[in-house]
Design a protein. Sequence first.
Length: 155
Amino acid sequence: MPLYEAVLIARNDVTQQQVEAVADEIGTELETDGGSVKKREYWGLRGLAYRIKKNRKGHYMLLALDAKPSFVTEMERKLGLNEDILRFMTVRIEEVDENPSAVLSRKSDDRERSFRGPKPAGRFESGRRRGFDDREEFRARDDFGRDEFRPGIEE
């Protein structure tokens, strides 16, 4: 049987358990049809590139399936009817990659480098907040007056 990868995006209103239940339902139907789920990854609640049905975030799920083409068309029909699923995409692949997907490996990299140290000073700031009297024009005016007229210093 051919291999497929399916990515589902569920509404952010549903819980992770409900998304897992949708994936379980697909898996049980697939096993009764004679296929199998080769890989299953929950990518988490992620931001969408644009609003879909008034949602800005969605639960992402990846499924690698060993299934008949007729099952895939029926699965897509049922996913289209499910109100919790915003989008889905199924792609035929040559082989299932057993390694974690790029999305999961990038998430682990983000966790490792989550602390990047203290925030550097901005382009125009020295790092500390200045009061009203600390502005540059006030300091320049005060310094100008002090440098020219110092009593007791002769040039």
